[in-house]
Write a protein that binds this ligand. Structure first.
Ligand SMILES: C[S@@+](CC[C@H](N)C(=O)[O-])C[C@H]1O[C@@H](n2cnc3c(N)ncnc32)[C@H](O)[C@@H]1O
Length: 241
């Protein structure tokens, strides 16, 4: 588990308040869910629970799921009324079924091997109602993969704390379109800047064709594919047979 989702989960939670626009993200999902008459939702990779309040306010029957207990501890503070489950999307064991499964905030990119993707799609198929839908977003490999080293800096402010993340991405490519991501996190408080920690992870991007094939092998049909610059979102329906 990367440090940003475990011992430094609070840093993720605070930094991302200004990196993602969670209200806009909810509205995006809400429109798709309404179009598909979905009312019971499983959000996988719910992290620190930033979407939960919107789903509850809008009367969805909502469950959030994440691998990281530390992220879920924050989610429970953020939205105490929501139900959260600690589990691995590659091995979902519960019986409850949902009209829609959302894998939010690019959490699918942590499925770095073909076996991870295979196991996740099997798990999701089991927890979806008949003709239920799967919604998930991903980095588009055709737009982001490069053989060159990439450096970038992100800044985010939360209350009086200023966070900076310096990232270096290098190709990994052992399994699919993967990249090694090394990030160093700094905090500036009361005019004093301190290094907090260094983190390492592997992220996978996909081409659209790779995901089309994975989905068809797992008996899903693509309803819609939405391009959003370096990201694309897929809406796929569980086929019966
Ligand atoms: C980029 S964060 C997104 C969190 C949240 N959706 C947001 O937008 O703030 C990715 C999340 O995926 C979770 N995750 C990674 N691998 C997972 C797995 N195999 N099963 C369930 N959750 C996983 C991480 O713990 C983390 O909370």
């Amino acid at each position: 588990m990367t440090k940003i989702y475990s011992e430094f989960a609070r840093v993720y939670h605070e930094m991302y308040q200004n990196i993602f626009d969670y209200k806009k993200e909810f509205e995006f999902y809400h429109k798709i869910l309404k179009e598909n008459f979905s009312t019971s939702i499983l959000e996988i990779g719910c992290g620190s629970g930033n979407l939960a309040q919107y789903f509850l306010e809008t009367d969805y029957d909502y469950v959030g799921l994440d691998l990281s207990q530390e992220m879920l501890n924050i989610a429970k503070e953020v939205e105490p009324k929501a139900k959260f489950i600690q589990a691995d999307m590659r091995d979902l064991k519960f019986q409850e079924k949902f009209d829609a499964v959302i894998i939010s905030g690019r959490s699918f990119t942590y499925l770095t091997t073909n076996e991870d993707v295979h196991n996740t799609l099997i798990s999701i198929y089991k927890v979806l109602e008949k003709e239920g839908i799967l919604i998930f977003d991903n980095f588009n490999a055709e737009k982001i993969i490069s053989y060159k080293k990439k450096h970038f800096k992100q800044k985010s402010e939360y209350n009086s704390r200023k966070y900076t993340r310096i990232s270096v991405k290098t190709p990994n490519l052992k399994d699919g379109w993967t990249e090694n991501w090394e990030a160093t996190y700094y905090i500036e408080e009361k005019a004093k800047k301190t290094k907090i920690f260094k983190d390492k992870s592997i992220l996978r991007s996909f081409t659209k064709d790779e995901l089309k094939l994975f989905l068809s092998l797992h008996n899903f049909e693509i309803v819609k594919l939405i391009d959003q610059d370096i990201i694309f979102t897929i809406i796929a329906r569980k086929k019966i047979n």
